[in-house]
Write a protein that binds this ligand. Structure first.
Ligand SMILES: Cc1cc2nc3c(=O)[nH]c(=O)nc-3n(C[C@H](O)[C@H](O)[C@H](O)COP(=O)(O)OP(=O)(O)OC[C@H]3O[C@@H](n4cnc5c(N)ncnc54)[C@H](O)[C@@H]3O)c2cc1C
Length: 477
């Protein structure tokens, strides 16, 4: 299940770190946030190295839909209400400037990454709410207006339109941007202590350390596990579907996303909290919508991705924790990590360079008092539920009941274990305790993976780690 981006672009391989190293700044993670941060730091004269557990862009950035927009759903009325005008304006400006920064960088460095200027639309069924959102966004200086007509075949009363936004090919962009950077691939950071990063074959000493690893994998300090969860959604690429002349997202839960890349149409949707995939069928439901709206179209690729969600809907960008003044973080992008990666790179470059960023305050990770926000209590509650399930919810299912090509939790010699049965009937067992914090993993039938409902770690059907915060495999022999 490869995205059209990874099918159409290969990034040259880099060597792992072998031996010790000293740099001014070390960036953990070679996704959109890490590569952009390293690039801006290097342009500002800082000596920087990126340390990547897998390959460059092997995390979520290869599976995005790559819309570059300050239109992050229906958020601006809410931000005005919860933050007040000054901080809401900071959020809006930071993201709109990020759109312009992409365009300027791609133009200046002549990066061939299929950049196209497009309008962004958030559509919905409540015309009044959309009009109010358009007014709120416009009052913050964004290029927003109400649109009566939505030129896609979904039921909608209207839309909020942002002009002058953009879409691109994220991997072509990252391939070009990473060319001049020092990047160590296949080098997972296992531990960080003060100014040292430990990896399997070497240690890096760095004055500044940036955690751009999607979900921070250290539990202490920072306690990011208590204030982030992850949500997944699914994408189809369709041939023979129309040009939609814009980028679209629903402003309501359960809606769909659209954009073109060349002759293809990307149709996204089926959002859910990671680890709560139920009986699956998500690709099938998208396929039904494709058949209804674009009869005659043909699917050429399907894939999925997930992103980190914060309780107040604003990313965490800035100082990692008060006790570690030389550590920085960029996470919680709410599925808008193209502009927010650029915002992160800009804020972190300024902080590391000793400059004050006009946008630092609204994104500051220490803005939330623990448990002061309803979302935090909800996230904590989910984690407790995930733990309780492991201890108290028994299963009577036996491995024999799992059909070939499927997985599930079974009773095996008196213990609960996860089992995946190959098409040929051979059984692969996994420990269903997430190695991150011990929650019970759930089988995701659409992706054939073991997913954690608490913090979103994922493992493939054989128990190999796909993405963190967990850092270990779960295969049992
Ligand atoms: C379906 C979907 C569609 C989306 N579409 C859009 C869109 O249209 N526009 C938009 O703005 N956003 C979109 N997003 C969000 C966007 O894709 C993400 O926010 C963004 O890609 C995250 O980038 P990142 O660099 O933070 O994470 P990643 O790309 O995951 O990079 C993190 C890297 O860190 C590495 N890493 C992890 N742990 C370690 C370790 N211990 N040591 C070393 N390296 C480590 C990983 O291997 C990974 O490569 C979408 C998200 C989803 C789910």
């Amino acid at each position: 299940m490869e995205s059209i981006w990874s099918q159409s672009c290969t990034i040259p391989q880099r060597q792992p770190l072998t031996g010790d190293l000293e740099v001014e700044a070390a960036v953990i993670g070679g996704g959109m946030a890490g590569i952009l941060t390293a690039f801006l730091l290097q342009e500002a004269g800082c000596q920087v190295a990126v340390v990547e557990a897998g390959r460059i862009a092997s995390g979520q950035s290869r599976n995005t839909t790559a819309k570059i927009t300050a239109q992050h759903g229906m958020i601006y009325q809410k931000l005005l209400r919860t933050l007040g005008a000054e901080e809401a304006r900071q959020y809006a400006r930071a993201n709109q400037e990020a759109v312009q920064a992409y365009k300027a960088l791609i133009r200046e460095k002549q990066i061939p990454c299929d950049l196209e200027e497009r309008c962004a639309y958030v559509y919905g069924s409540d015309a009044q709410a959309l009009q109010e959102e358009a007014q709120a966004a416009a009052s913050l200086g964004l290029p927003a207006e109400y649109a009566h007509h939505v030129p896609i075949p979904v039921p909608a009363a209207g839309a909020v339109r942002f002009t002058g936004q953009a879409q691109f090919h994220p991997l072509k962009f990252l391939r070009h941007l990473s060319q001049g950077l020092t990047v160590y691939e296949h080098t997972p950071v296992q531990q960080v202590e003060e100014d040292r990063l430990m990896t399997p074959r070497g240690c890096i000493k760095a004055r500044h350390i940036v955690f751009a690893c999607h979900f921070p994998f250290l539990n202490v300090p920072g306690l990011y596990f208590a204030r982030l969860h992850q949500e997944r959604s699914y994408v189809l690429a369709l041939e023979g579907a129309p040009q939609v002349e814009g980028m679209y997202i629903s402003g309501e839960a359960g809606g769909w996303s659209f954009r073109n890349w060349g002759d293809l149409l990307l149709l996204g949707g089926e959002n859910h909290r990671t680890g709560e995939s139920g009986k699956g069928g998500r690709y099938e439901r998208l396929r039904q919508k494709a058949a209804e709206w674009f009869p005659g179209s043909r699917e050429v690729a399907c894939w999925s991705a997930q992103d980190c969600i914060t309780p107040d809907g604003i990313p965490y960008i800035g100082r990692y924790a008060a006790s570690r003044p030389n550590w920085y973080v960029a996470t919680g992008f709410q599925k808008w990590g193209m502009t927010t990666s650029m915002v992160s790179a800009t804020i972190l470059r300024d902080m590391i360079g000793g400059k004050e960023s006009p946008y630092a305050r609204v994104f500051a990770p220490d803005r939330l008092e623990t448990a002061a926000i309803p979302g935090m209590a909800a996230d904590g509650g989910k984690a407790v539920k995930g733990l309780a399930k492991r201890f108290f919810q028994m299963t009577t299912q036996a491995a024999e009941e799992i059909p070939p090509g499927e997985g599930g939790i079974v009773l095996w010699e008196g213990e609960k274990v996860g089992v995946y049965k190959d098409k040929d009937g051979s059984v692969h067992k996994v420990d269903i305790r997430c190695p991150h914090l011990g929650c019970q993993l759930e089988w995701n039938p659409d992706e054939q993976s073991w997913d954690c409902p608490c913090h979103g770690s994922r493992f493939d059907r054989y128990g190999r780690l796909i993405s963190g915060p967990a850092q270990e495999d779960i295969a049992l022999d």
